[in-house]
Design a protein around this ligand. Structure first.
Ligand code: AMP
Length: 143
C-alpha cells in the first residue's frame, strides 16, 4: 500500500506558507484549518522547508511572544524529509518514527503534490485493520 492510496482518500489540499510570512500568520492558518504544519514553498512550488506547531511553541518558549512577528524562514526546518506517491505507507511510518516528526510532504519531480500526516497514516491503518477483522470473521463464520 502506497502514499497514493492516502492522497486519493484525503485529496491533494496542501496548506503552504512563504518564507517571508510571520509566525503569527502561520499560527492563524494552522488554527483556522485545524492542521499541524505548513510546507514552506518557493515560487515553483518547490519545498524550501516545513514549519510545524512545534517550531512555533519552541520559538515562543525561547524568545517570548515577540517571535510571532519573526519570519517563517528563521524558524522553519530546512532539511525536509519527503516521499513520493509510490513510497509505501510502512516506509512513511518508519520515516516519522526515526525522524520524530508527524508530517511528510509528498514531492514528484521537484513539485509539492501533497502532505501525509501521522493522523492520515493512523486513520488508514485503523480502516485496514477493521477490514481485515471483518474478512476474518466472515471466513470463520463460513468454516
Ligand atoms: P511535527 O512532529 O511534524 O510537528 O514536527 C516536529 C519537528 O520536526 C519540527 O521542528 C518540524 O519542523 C520538523 N519536521 C516536521 N516534518 C518534517 C519532515 N518531513 N522532515 C524534516 N523535519 C520535519
Amino acid at each position: 500500500m502506497t502514499v497514493q492510496t492516502i492522497l486519493k482518500i484525503k485529496g491533494d489540499a496542501i496548506f503552504t506558507a512563504s518564507p517571508t510570512q510571520t509566525l503569527a500568520q502561520v499560527a492563524q492558518l494552522l488554527s483556522e484549518k485545524g492542521i499541524g504544519a505548513v510546507v514552506v514553498t518557493g515560487i515553483d512550488k518547490n519545498v524550501l522547508g516545513i514549519l510545524s506547531e512545534r517550531d512555533i511553541v519552541r520559538a515562543i518558549a525561547k524568545g517570548g511572544a515577540g517571535v510571532l512577528d519573526e519570519s517563517v524562514a528563521r524558524h522553519m526546518t530546512s532539511k525536509v524529509v519527503t516521499s513520493t506517491m509510490s513510497t509505501s505507507i510502512a516506509k512513511v511510518m518508519e520515516l516519522m518514527t526515526v525522524g520524530k516528526f508527524r508530517h511528510v510532504p509528498i514531492v514528484e519531480g521537484g513539485t509539492l503534490i501533497g502532505i501525509v500526516s501521522i493522523g492520515d497514516v493512523v486513520k488508514k491503518r485503523l480502516a485496514d485493520i477493521e477490514l481485515e477483522s471483518h474478512a476474518l470473521k466472515q471466513y470463520i463464520a463460513m468454516a
